[in-house]
Design a protein around this ligand. Sequence first.
Ligand SMILES: *Cc1c(COP(=O)(O)O)cnc(C)c1O
Length: 443
Amino acid sequence: MKTESKKFLLQEKEIPEAWYNIVPDMKVKPAPMLDPATKRELKAEDLYPIFAEELAKQEMNTTDQWIEIPEEVRDMYKIWRPTPLVRAAGLEKALDTPAHIYFKNESVSPVGSHKLNSAIAQAYYCKKQGITNITTETGAGQWGAALSLAAQHFGLALAVYMVKVSYNQKPYRRSIMQTYGAEVIASPSMSTKAGRKIITDNPTCQGSLGTAISEAVELAMSTPNCKYTLGSVLNHVSLHQTVIGLEAEKQMEMAGEYPDIIIGCFGGGSNFSGISFPFLRHNLAGERNTRFIAAEPESCPKLTMGEFRYDFGDEAGYTPLIPMLTLGHEFMPANIHAGGLRYHGAGSIVSRLKKDGIIDAVDIPQLETFAAATLFARTEGIIPAPESSHAIAAAIREAKKAKEEGRQKVILFNLSGHGLIDMASYDRYFAGDLTDCKYEPAK
Ligand SMILES: *Cc1c(COP(=O)(O)O)cnc(C)c1O
């Protein structure tokens, strides 16, 4: 069978030269982070003990629309960027929809996800500042894998706290991190105060991103010349991910279309922001009216059911207070297979945009995501990550709606990663062992 799916490719020299910072273009800007003890507004300097200085400055930058991508970072992007944009004609045909469906394929990175876009930038700025050690947490292992490669490239020693449920469910991600030279610790662990407290209170605790963040921050604060890094949620992470949307913008132009709807799956918000913000700037300028949809799991619906308030980014309360849509930092999401989406809150920019009605969100049940993933694999040939399958499921919903309405919509979604290391989850789906997990507010 001949595939009709069409690829739009850019040349290496078209890798963006600057990241897009959306904050200067927002009419209502996100509120500042606060010091939890004094409730004082934080400045970039306040973050220097935890983060590399350049990253702390980017986090707080509300004035520069464009931030230059260092040559060393662009050089490393060349390993796999620019990534393809694909017209998913096979999927369109299977759905018999008048909609045109495009996806940006971030799964082609060496680690299989978009996470490397920010990992390289973060490792680079740490190295440039003379840092020798970095720590982080990882849920499904995607961020840890990306940072392991980046740390190795820039000669940094890396300790990764991996959420215990994923450490056991996804041993190959641990192997990948170790292959790149990182030290990997299952979280909660006995190696930190935060971990010991959680294990003492609840010996069978399977961990969460919040717990792993607490451990990684604690180790960074207690180790000399060591910084902490984070793969989602924060503004500078979303900033680095805008290379996705900036490339996609050029590629949609090559395709001769402009998206009516843009979709990204949603954990803390980085890949959704990456595909969306460059297009959203045209909405903010009054030039376009694209609809943006963040696809989150039904079991962890911070955007649709969360409260808009200040909350900690982690479970133990080590991070600054962040203004966010949150289910509460003590919320333990169900053990769904999309480990990268099990996070209690949304980044402050996306939370603000959602609150102001500038973006939309949908909650997708687990079984629907695996059905969508299977259809996508069989029509487009790529086995998606369980996280990315949320975006595919949302795109399929929109394509079906277009058919019912008899309208020719242009839909663009981000394929944030492939699922070749998640096949145990697919096995469980095919065996009928997976269930939907409804959200239950914390007791
Ligand atoms: C980490 C991850 C996500 C979720 O994180 P965001 O910051 O919301 O993008 C989604 N998809 C994949 C493949 C991931 O690895």
